[in-house]
Design a protein around this ligand. Sequence first.
Ligand code: GTP
Ligand code: SPV
Ligand code: MN
Length: 626
Amino acid sequence: ADDIHKFTVQRIGRVPVIKGDFQSLPKQVKNFITHCVHLMAPRGIYLADGSKKEADEFIQKLVEKGTLTKLTAYKENYLCRTDPNDTARVESKTFTVTMNQYDAVPHVKKGVKGILGHWMSYEEAAAAMNQRFPNCMTGRMMYVIPFSMGPVDSPFSKIGIQVTDSAYVLLSMRVMTRVSLQLFELLHERSFVKCIHSVGCPRPVHGRIKNHWPCNPEQVIVAHYPEQRLIQSFGSGYGGNSLLGKKCFALRIAGAMAKDEGWMAEHMLIMSVTTPQKKEFFIVAAFPSACGKTNMAMLNPTLPGYKVQCIGDDIAWMRFDHDGKLLAINPENGFFGVAPGTNTKTNPIAMRCFQENSIFTNVAETSEGKYYWEGLEDETPENVEIRNWLGHVWKRGQSKSRASHPNSRFTAPAKQCPIMHPRWDCPKGVPISAILFGGRRPKGVPLVLEARSWSHGVMLGACVKSETTAAAEFKGKAIMHDPMAMRPFLGYNFGQYLQHWLSLEQPGRQMPKIFHVNWFRRGDDGKFLWPGFGENIRVVDWILRRCENDDSIVMESPVGFLPRPGTLNMDGLPPINEAELFSLPKQYWLDDIKQNRKFLEEQVGVDTPPVILKLLKNQEEAFKQC
Ligand code: GTP
Ligand code: SPV
Ligand code: MN
């Protein structure tokens, strides 16, 4: 009798199921889909299966519509130009909704605007959603996407279901997560994160749609309900706002889960480094958005004998096992990487990831059917015609505007990465020896330093700052606090987050060493003091010798351990101003410590773990004495 459903048109109310077998789904999934249909009133329901065939059909449709353009020089590469008003995450419209405000955000000082997340009450959220979601899919198809964050067979993985009215999102989710109908089976026994997304353009559309990219920039909202394991996103089709498995689920919701369950969900790359002695280490590194994670995850070592393999480039889920080892998995299945700056010199590995089956969002294109962006000048013939990310003819050296949007991105399957680690999707995860923090620090901050202890490392993480980048709505290059590289991605009170980190140090656990790195220090001439990219292996080499407890290579400093002069391998490098690269200008640091204290007092208040303030005080005393 069950089979009969497969041959009759299934409906929810009057809305037909265009593809897939709705009747056979677990009850909780049916309930969720039914709720979404009643709320958003789509014209049909489409259960995505994640297959290549399905993707091909959607690609063809989007090419016919004009949303995608085939980049004819490659096999199955496509360009997508968004509405120019929908190009990045919108932090000011990203909220956490909880019963108690202080579960979501810290006790911010009166009169100060909190930057560590935005809270909304259930009442406010309900009002905001009621203005937006009812009937918002009128005339559009609702795609239902079952996805896993993490390998399907890993005990650490989590399942989500995203409904969306964007076919671009459907195609991207298939690359970035593991989409499979099989997951529905598991939901007879397990729970899932509910992800509701709409571009917010019911038909008939009022106003003009730009670039065949429906969106609703005035009405954007991205709301997280950690207590309900629910995400609601409206008005934007762009990456971090719309691919809900990524930042919304794998960082914000998972972060809250991780705190409750004793693990970690972090904005970190995961890499493997094998030394010339054939010893393998795994490292994670947290840098703010557009500050070098993808590049480090795919580092092309310039030191002989070193081998780097990639496990993940943006998000790490980590937990201590029974032996006290910290194990990390990459919950993602692909890369959503910054395009500008990527070329065969800076990141030859990334270039090899996206020669096929990839989507390029807001890059420029050449008359040869290739992608183009800032950084590809030397690899693109002078005589080709270039159309910029807006679709206008663009002349190199003449046009004042950029060819590509600064936050333009490639979306490529992880399995196409030539240095993907053979165990990158191993269900158990890989054991972590070192944790790195870093940011874009043009002044004062040395190339590398080592924390004295776990709690000192947590303090260093809490004080991470960086120049703002185009990954969110910020203009200019102000230096902003971005603690743990998590400012935009916190799913709960940052004071509790720091406390959670501190509480992870327990007897019997092998705590990874913690480091702070800075590839972005500039000299008085404004130029980078450090060549970066593949040369960063020299810093990694020093870090790994520290992981093997070589005490002969460190010296004390007020900020932590620094490399003893001459212990960083500089063989074969053009002259580097090491003195400047490692200098600790006293006044700079006294000011920096003052800023950090002010930041913690104003932004985290009574939620700040006292030990963090004490360690900051110690650092200040050390500077005053030197
Ligand atoms: P998200 O995907 O936004 O989280 O960014 P990310 O942290 O993965 O940053 P990514 O590796 O994409 O680098 C961002 C930009 O920084 C690119 O334009 C890179 O070319 C540049 N960059 C990365 N590593 C280095 C480095 O070592 N030195 C210098 N000077 N620039 C770098
Ligand atoms: C970031 O901004 O850190 C990204 C891109 O990785 S997005 O997925 O848009 O958040
Ligand atoms: Mn990121």
